[in-house]
Structures are given as C-alpha cells and as structure tokens.
Design a protein around this ligand. Structure first.
Ligand code: LHQ
Length: 263
C-alpha cells in the first residue's frame, strides 16, 4: 500500500500539513508537489480551517527537489525544467501567498533548495535551533527557484541574499533569525509548543483580518505610498465589516476577552 507523501490533519481550527518522505529528507518528487497543491486547495475551501501549520516528518524539513527523480537525474537536455517548475513549485508558492489564512512554517530540520524557499513563502517561519537553511541550488549548478530570488532580497537585503545564493553555504536557524530571514528560533525539541502553538493561537484570532493583512503586505511590495494608503482604506473597510471587529470592540468595552470566529 502506498503511503501519502503529504499528511493533512485538521484539529481546533488548524490544518497541520506534513511533508512525509522522511527517507529522502522530504525532498519533492512530482507526486508530492501535486499532493501539496491539493492539500492547500482543500484547506482553502475548508471553512473550519483558520490557520495552517506546515512541517516535515522525521529529521528534516525538506531537502528541495528529489535529485533521484528522473526529472533531475537525467540532466542536460532531457527535461523541460521550466515546465516542471510551472507545474510543481510555482503553483505551491502562489497558493501559499494567496491563501487568505495564516501559514506558519515549523522548520524541524534542514531546509535546502526549494525546501528552504518553500519555508520563506510562508507567513511566519519558526525553526528548531538544530535546523539549518541552504540555498543549495548553486552547489549543483542551478539558480534559486520556488520564489527564492523574490523573497530573499526582500527579507534580508541584497548583500546577504547574494551571499546566500552564490556561496550555497548552510546557515544556522540562529543566523537566519539574526538576519531577518525567519521570525523565530525555538530550542530543539520544542517546536510543537513554539511553532504549532503559534498556529493554534492564530486560529483563535480574527482570521479574516489576517487574510486581509496578507493582501496588504503583498501589495506593499509594488505600491507607492499613495496607492498603499488607498488600499489600506479599502481593506480597512472590509475588516470593519466583519463580525470579529464588532466582537472585538464590544469585548473591549465590556472588559472581557473577545471570542473571535474568523467571520
Ligand atoms: C536526498 C536529497 C535530495 C534525493 C537528501 N534528493 N535524496 C527544481 C527543478 C528541477 C530540478 C532540480 O531542482 C529544483 C529545485 C531544487 O530544490 S535544487 C536543490 C536540490 N536539493 C539539494 O541539492 C540538496 C541535496 N541534499 C543535501 O545537500 C544534503 O542531503 C542536506 C544538506 C540536505 C542534508 O545533509 P545530511 O544531513 O548530511 O543528510 P544526507 O546527505 O546524508 O541525506 C540523507 C539521505 O537523504 C541520503 O540518502 P541515503 O540513502 O544515503 O540515506 C540522501 O541521498 C537523501 N537526500 N537530499 N534532494
């Protein structure tokens, strides 16, 4: 019986999505990439899901492309790499960015190549202290993909991004946090509490507004100040139309804890 490469479990408003090919450090073959696309479409449609937690099974988060898959192994001339990226990784990055729900990435071990950039496409990245990040592409003569060339300069600036991409050296979770590449490092063995715990916390927040924050952040990458001010006005209007806004104000005035539903 074949075991699924992607495990999805929904509990308490959080969808936990686990990359599940631990024998090859959860590297991506084509079926796993397609399964992850399906899982993301399901969590988008599932109204009970208010936050997503993405992590890896075993000792690694994700070692990027499975280099044993024919697609990579056969090398020069045999593969349409552009088509492969368009069919596998690109839709995953687009889905993560467009998902109107927060995505927390719990980096439980090494994140290399497309695996590292998958993490950077998530909203909040929390790494175990024993995890490391590698822009491994250059070590096999490739260039960063899966959004890396977009996210890295924006996260850490051009100087650091250039070094990461050209040198292809591993950096520790601590270094990743210090340079602003990720949100937080937690002690090894505590990711469940420090990573999944944040996804659980987000699932209890006004999640419709969190989806709107994602829209604002995305647009801020291209907009002028004037355009962004106008967008804030439009999106604030949408936020103020939610029942969570009414509940938030009522709870404040009644000096009690708000109970948000995500609506
Ligand atoms: C692996 C892999 C792996 C297969 C470890 N594949 N088996 C897009 C479009 C099309 C094609 C090409 O690529 C892309 C995007 C990309 O992602 S390119 C970058 C691909 N990834 C890499 O180059 C990383 C390769 N892996 C490594 O450098 C190391 O394995 C890291 C640093 C991730 C971990 O090192 P270690 O902790 O020392 O583990 P290990 O190397 O001993 O690996 C454990 C096993 O996992 C081993 O198998 P074995 O049977 O000997 O136990 C590896 O062969 C296997 N594995 N990564 N990407």
């Amino acid at each position: 019986m074949s075991v699924s490469s992607i495990l999805t479990q929904v509990e308490g408003g959080v969808a936990r999505i686990t990359l599940n090919r631990p024998d090859v450090l959860n590297s991506f073959d084509t079926p796993m990439a397609l399964e992850l696309q399906e899982a993301l479409a399901r969590v988008e449609a599932d109204q009970s899901v208010r936050a997503v937690y993405l992590t890896g099974a075993g000792r690694a988060f994700c070692a990027g492309q499975d280099l044993g898959e024919a697609v990579a192994r056969e090398g020069k001339g045999t593969l349409n790499f552009a088509e492969h990226l368009r069919r596998t990784y690109n839709p995953i990055v687009a889905a993560l960015r467009a998902l109107p729900k927060p995505v927390v990435c719990g980096v439980n071990g090494v994140a290399a190549g497309a695996g590292a950039n998958l993490a950077f496409a998530c909203d909040l990245v929390i790494a175990s202290a024993d995890a490391k990040f590698i822009q491994a592409f250059i070590n096999i003569g490739l260039v960063p993909d899966t959004g890396g060339s977009f996210f890295l300069p924006r996260l850490v600036g051009t100087a650091q991004a250039t070094a990461l991409m050209m040198l292809g050296l591993p950096i520790t979770a601590e270094q990743a946090q210090q340079t602003g590449l990720i949100y937080k490092v937690v002690p090894a063995g505590t990711l469940e509490e420090g990573g999944y715990g944040i996804a659980r916390q987000l699932a209890g927040q006004p999640t419709a507004a969190i989806g709107l924050i994602k829209q604002l952040l995305r647009a801020s990458l291209y907009n002028t100040l004037e355009q962004q001010l106008e967008l804030e006005a439009e999106i604030q209007q949408q936020a103020s139309d939610t029942t969570d806004f009414a509940e938030g104000v009522r709870a404040f005035l009644e000096k009690r804890k708000p109970s948000f539903t995500g609506a």
